[in-house]
Write a protein that binds this ligand. Structure first.
Ligand code: UD1
Length: 339
């Protein structure tokens, strides 16, 4: 039996593949390489010593998806990462996002639910909560109107799965609502590979530290927080990857309480943008050039997770500190830039 990891050569996908392999799972990766590279396979092999099966494929190609399941009848579960994730781009190209993030989800669920037993993990995001009224955020906090087509695809994706689970007894699914993933594998064999100018804070910080960018712009210092900058829950990508393995094993072992469950995946600790900068300065021993600029449209003031449900029900807890995650991000950046 094998686990299909869509987007398995991407940032979170590749880290999840090595954690699956470490627990003895056989992995089949499908990726269209739109935001990743086949070279990531070498990094995976360097860590685990196991080359996963890989097929370059675009999941928008429905006949190709059907053919994939005909050829691999031993797929027992899917961890579905493959999706577009740039908020700004989603505003420019909504149909690309709806097709890529939702069309593919439908095709996979159609194939998977035709099986006697189907296990499915979905990459969702804390973006579904928008600016939550209460911190830390629990899973039953209301889902707020999405700020972007990207955010909307995560909300609709969850609804597609929950509607399907309601009428498909053999389908067991978990949506994991990620907070802010960062860092890299401690071996520095795999990590984040942003194309062009990074939109997310941590890769921008490490690229600035490596001299690729002149300075970081801090988006807003007049928020109602202690230091005026926004607060997020930064989680080490290895901790996040492990949450996927635990969630998949929960389904494979039939330990789930209902056939559709939702978990927050964060550390439970909020850090401000300035705290992230200071973490970088501590682990790198370098001063980070930055300037304060205006707020970024669509940013929430603060978002950090209540992790009680994941801790108690899933039996998973984030282990790394912000500095440990930052150290791994910096080690990876130095390795790929030779600095
Ligand atoms: C962003 C998306 C979110 C998505 C997530 C995926 C927006 C508004 N939100 O989350 O929907 O799920 O990425 O990874 O785009 N910051 C700076 N300077 C920078 C970059 C970021 O000050 O150059 C600040 C931001 O204002 C924010 C924090 O750093 O306060 C984190 O930003 P980012 O890494 O983009 O994550 P989110 O905005 O939380």
């Amino acid at each position: 039996m094998k686990i299909l990891v869509t987007g398995g050569l991407g940032f979170i996908g590749s880290h999840t593949v090595v954690e699956l392999q470490a627990k003895g799972h056989e992995v089949l990766i499908v990726d269209n390489l739109s935001n990743s590279s086949e070279k990531v396979l070498d990094g995976i092999v360097a860590i685990s010593g196991i080359k996963p099966e890989f097929e370059k494929m675009d999941l928008r190609d429905k006949p190709a998806v059907q053919d994939l399941f005909k050829r691999h009848t031993d797929i027992s579960g899917i961890i579905h990462f493959a999706a577009s994730k740039a908020v700004g781009e989603s505003v420019e190209k909504p149909l690309l996002y709806y097709e890529n993030n939702l069309g593919t989800l439908v095709y996979l669920l159609q194939e998977m639910s035709a099986k006697e037993k189907a296990h499915f993990i979905f990459s969702s995001s804390c973006t579904v909560y928008g600016q939550a009224d209460v911190m830390p955020i629990t899973e039953d906090a209301p889902v707020k109107k999405a700020e972007s087509p990207y955010g909307n695809t995560k909300q609709i994706g969850e609804e597609i799965i929950s509607d399907t689970c309601a009428v498909t007894e053999n389908l067991n699914a978990i949506a994991l609502r990620y907070f802010n993933p960062m860092g890299a594998h401690p071996s520095a064999e795999i990590g984040e590979l942003p194309i062009g100018v990074p939109q997310n804070l941590v890769p921008f910080v490490t690229q600035t530290g490596a001299g690729l960018r002149e300075e970081l712009s801090v988006f807003g210092d007049d928020y109602p927080t202690d230091d005026g900058t926004c607060i997020r829950d930064y989680i080490h990508v290895v901790d996040l990857a492990k949450a996927h393995v635990v969630a998949m094993e929960r389904l494979l072992e039939g330990k789930n309480e209902s056939n559709y469950e939702v978990f927050n995946v964060g550390t439970g600790t909020g850090s401000s943008v300035l705290e992230v900068i200071h973490s970088f300065e501590r682990v790198s021993g370098k001063k980070l050039p930055y300037k304060m600029v205006g707020r970024r449209v669509g940013d929430v003031i603060e978002a950090f997770a209540n992790t009680q449900k994941a801790n108690e029900v899933l039996g998973w807890k984030a282990e790394s500190t912000l500095d440990q995650a930052m150290q791994s991000a910096w080690d990876w950046e130095r390795k790929i830039r030779n600095v």
